[in-house]
Design a binder for this molecule. Sequence first.
Ligand SMILES: Cc1cc2nc3c(=O)[nH]c(=O)nc-3n(C[C@H](O)[C@H](O)[C@H](O)COP(=O)(O)OP(=O)(O)OC[C@H]3O[C@@H](n4cnc5c(N)ncnc54)[C@H](O)[C@@H]3O)c2cc1C
Length: 560
Amino acid sequence: PCLSGGSVLGAGEERDNALSLAMRSIDRLARFSRKVATSSITVTRAFSAESGRLPDDFLTRLLARHPALQVSTNSYDLESHGRGESHHPTSPPDAVLFPSTVEEVQTILRLCCRESSSKKKTTGGDDVSEVDIVSVIPYGAGTSVEGHLNLHTPPDEVREVPSSIFTTDIQEKWRKVRFRRRGGVSIDMRNFDSISDVDSDAFCRFMIDPGADATLGGMTASGASGTAAVKYSTMKENVLSINAVLPPDTILSANDDEDAGAVSVASVGCAALKNSAGYNLPSLLTTSEGTLGVITDVTVKLYPIPSYVVAASCGFDDLHSAAEAVTLIKMEGIPVSRIELLDEMSILAFNKSLGVDACAVSHEGDDRDLRVEPMAMKPHLFMEFAGHSLVREDLSAAQSICVEYQGTNFQSAWDEATRQTLWAARHRLYYSSIALRNGATPQSTILTDVCVPLSAFADVIGWVGAEVKENGIVGPCFGHAGDGNFHCILPLTEEDTEEYKAKVWKLIEGLSDRAISCHGTCTGEHGVGSGKKKYLRRMYGEGGLKMMRAIKNSLDPFNM
Ligand SMILES: Cc1cc2nc3c(=O)[nH]c(=O)nc-3n(C[C@H](O)[C@H](O)[C@H](O)COP(=O)(O)OP(=O)(O)OC[C@H]3O[C@@H](n4cnc5c(N)ncnc54)[C@H](O)[C@@H]3O)c2cc1C
């Protein structure tokens, strides 16, 4: 955060007071609140004695230890926690747990790795201990789109492990162990936070805006960003420190108490803006997608709220010209705070969502007759400039560049209500795009995500636009253009032929391949989940995967 020279703070004593208040609020930074978030999910404690594939006494032991812990095995909760948004199939957990304290999270993880009976079974002359492993999926708000929340249980396996790995001290050196996979639980972390809990105030705010109603834990774990990243960057650059409950590295022995070999809580990073001590562990946990631990606390940067915000939009004859205008705006160093590119089909989706007429919009406290009008059917840039003084100059410099690329109908809006009206096409894009196809829903829609170096942006987005047209695919393309990050919304329906679906998948594969070939990435902000795993080898090679496996195996030796 930088407060120097900000006109936001007024003058004289008033300014000093405001400055000290703002500094305090920056020091406080934003933290997860322990406040219980209101959730629309029905939480029921009326679960069947034990659920699905879980070990027999898993839930009863958990509740004996934490009687206030909310547990649900009702089918609605299981289904809704077994998927995010988008097209990936549902793969429900066996129970959903709603912890509200770090200790509850620790006990859950402790019980997820436990010897099932102290009696060893004998197979083929060998004594084999049985250990039950319950898979764990941390759950934020469930808005991820790449199958992050689908439960996959690895196969059972028999391994020899050092006996010291059991919490009971025993004398043998090695034990043969059968690791039995016993279903999975979803740990719903919404009692820990929501973005609105971030401790911002009249001067400072958390600026990362993923566009969906996500949680801080989920945004951290998936390395989210969004429209404001061009000015404020991504979660990776905004997370200063994290507390996370790590998976156990010991097995709870059958007769041992749940406290034995308690699982660790790691506190990594610090609240200072610079830190060169040790490995960059907050960055490691950011984008870990729930595979390295359960995040319970995050400290993020706050930024001063700008005094002036101006929005603008401009139409272009083709996608390529609009994309090139973006590159030049960035190269000239014009400080845009958002710059979004929508293709012609996105504008069509918006116009269709309005029907034939202009649509009246109401804004609280604003009596004007504001109308959202249909837009010219051409690619558009939507921009925002924010700052404390020079916004007008920034706006006019961007306008000159747009005109240079034959941009037309450049409009700007200074107050909140007209800004919202001007940006309506962007705000409504996701649902108006899905509505382009009868019968499509968010759960049948594929939302792609790639990010390329700015020098390749115009070519790659131009290529997708052309492919979509040529193949008769319904797929509005839009992007956080200032970062070279863009998406294609591909609604599918039950009536789609295999041929149509094959064309859609070919487009997605081609897009990811193209992005990787020009030294970009198969995902700029949505993450890997289960959908993008296949591209990691291509991006990082065997060496990169080996490092990731080594980190995973050492932090989560039982692959929970
Ligand atoms: C309409 C729409 C628009 C979107 N726009 C954007 C956008 O502009 N930018 C963007 O970045 N994303 C966007 N997304 C994707 C999504 O909103 C983000 O990925 C978001 O960060 C997910 O947060 P969540 O709280 O919903 O997490 P979830 O979906 O619940 O979980 C995401 C991942 O994080 C893990 N996780 C969740 N909580 C924790 C925790 N406490 N500890 C450890 N791991 C955890 C989960 O296991 C999972 O792997 C959009 C999605 C939709 C549906």
